[in-house]
Design a protein around this ligand. Structure first.
Ligand code: AMP
Ligand code: GLY
Length: 443
């Protein structure tokens, strides 16, 4: 089969790599791809939001299956556009992608189907939102309703910071139309866990667990990023937690989709907070996470193409996933300035084949002859596999230490189990030390 992968990040490189191992894949195209993807797929310079060009390309070369793991094209209806032309594509349609495209839609859905999540209220009016805030407990979480490039979540320590957040989102519209509505919700304490789940519109099949590290710097300090590293499995996602999540979250989510006429086909990302009261949903995303996908796919022992075809052909009910009995640790190398304005264009030294236990998935790289240069905020991912987390971490960091570019930075504490709940602890420490200061933590 000929496959077209839409995107050009580390997640898309991992997907191309997983597909390249399938006997049934004859050709992989990536739009636009990146310097690393070039080695295993043909990169075509088409913008993922240009559906017309993507469709024309897919028809032209006879693509059998397209996969779109990116949120913006999914929310904008890439699946509807492809299906309208009779093309097969893996991903949720525009209606189903609303589960990520609108946080108030997702929260109302969870409330209706009794899916555990933080308590919340939705506002469009600034005065009404402020009235709610003055009667709330802190910290408080304020979220712009729509997509905001991962920046639309603000954690507020007190009334003043909440006022500033609401003014920025609702009045000043710093997130544009995505901030027409806000969700204000309770701050949840616990350990986060990312669950990627295959869905075929009728059935939901959770993959193995993962743990992202979202803050830019060690011990969860600094601004929020798309993700600086992931471990899989997540040691906090025990068998008992998994049973509860299945009964209280995954099954009711799919049941709710069906009741609402939401035909969700693709990967549903369920962001969980493992709290003292059990797992609760922080968010749904309509696509696989980045860098969760990189760490999870390296442990997948089933043909990835078969997984996607089972979803597209609505045959997940008897489908079984096999996982390697290993742990993976994915560490992201980022450019100086990321997640703000990254400085790019620097040569990357030390990239090579590191053997079967290590994969380098490129994100922001470009290739000029045989040399790789930095070309984005998150530059590449080192994903190492080991018999346990300790071994995987050791290999990942040993590998990372042998690669370099000007301004490269990466977190040194990915998978450090002593630091699992540091984000919440850091927020509380800041609040306790500096009560009265205006604290807004961008997420
Ligand atoms: P979201 O975009 O909704 O995933 O939020 C981004 C990040 O903000 C999450 O991964 C959490 O780290 C944090 N966050 C969001 N909502 C909450 C909440 N209710 N309580 C605590 N942390 C939260
Ligand atoms: N790593 C988090 C995300 O993909 O949203």
């Amino acid at each position: 089969m000929k496959i077209l992968v839409v995107g050009g990040g580390g997640r898309e490189h991992a997907i191309c790599w997983a597909l390249s191992k399938s006997n049934n894949v004859s050709r992989i195209y990536a739009a636009p791809g990146n310097g690393g993807i070039e080695d295993i797929a043909q990169c075509v310079p088409i913008n993922p939001m240009n559906f017309e060009e993507l469709i024309a390309f897919a028809k032209n070369v006879g693509v059998d299956l397209t996969i779109c793991p990116m949120d913006a094209p999914l929310v904008a209806g890439i699946v509807d556009a492809f299906q309208g032309e009779g093309l097969t594509i893996f991903g949720p349609n525009k209606h189903a992608a609303q589960i990520e495209g609108s946080k108030s839609f997702a929260k109302d859905f969870m409330k209706k189907y009794s899916i555990p999540t933080a308590s919340y209220e939705v506002f469009e009016d600034y005065e009404a939102a402020m009235l709610h805030v003055v009667n709330s407990e802190f910290p408080l979480v304020i979220k712009a309703d729509g997509l905001a490039a991962g920046k639309g979540v603000l954690i507020c320590a007190n009334i003043e910071s909440a006022e500033r957040a609401l003014d920025s989102i609702l009045n000043k519209r710093i997130f544009g139309a995505s901030g027409k509505t806000v969700v204000i919700e309770e701050f949840l304490h616990g350990v986060e866990c990312s669950m990627l789940c295959f869905c075929d519109g009728e059935n939901i099949l959770p993959m193995t667990s993962a743990k992202d590290h979202k803050a830019a710097f060690d011990r969860d300090y600094g601004p929020n990023t798309g993700g600086m590293g992931v471990i899989s499995p997540n040691p906090h996602y025990t068998r008992a937690v998994s049973l509860r999540a299945t009964e209280e979250i995954f099954k009711p989510t799919m049941e709710g989709f069906k009741q609402e006429g939401i035909d969700f086909v693709g990967v549903l990302f369920v962001g969980l907070m493992l709290t003292e009261d059990g797992p609760k949903v922080i968010e749904y995303n309509c696509r696989p996470g980045d860098p969760e996908t990189q760490a999870v796919l390296m442990r997948l022992d089933t043909d990835f193409l078969d997984c996607m075809l089972a979803c597209v052909h609505k045959k997940l009910d008897n489908f079984k996933l096999r996982w390697k009995n290993s742990a993976t640790c994915c560490v992201v190398a980022a450019s100086k300035g990321y997640p703000g304005e990254p400085k790019t264009g620097f040569e990357i030294y030390g990239l090579r084949d590191f053997g079967k236990d290590v994969k380098i998935f490129h994100a922001g790289t470009k290739k000029d002859k045989d040399t790789f240069f930095t070309n984005g905020g998150r530059v590449f991912n080192v994903v190492a596999s080991g018999k346990d987390l300790e071994e995987a971490r050791e290999t990942a960091y040993k590998t990372m230490n042998s690669i370099d570019f000007l301004g490269m930075h990466y977190r040194k504490d990915i998978g450090d189990l002593t630091d699992m709940d540091t984000f919440a602890q850091n927020i509380l420490a800041i609040i306790n030390k500096k009560r009265g200061d205006n604290i807004v933590v961008d997420m």
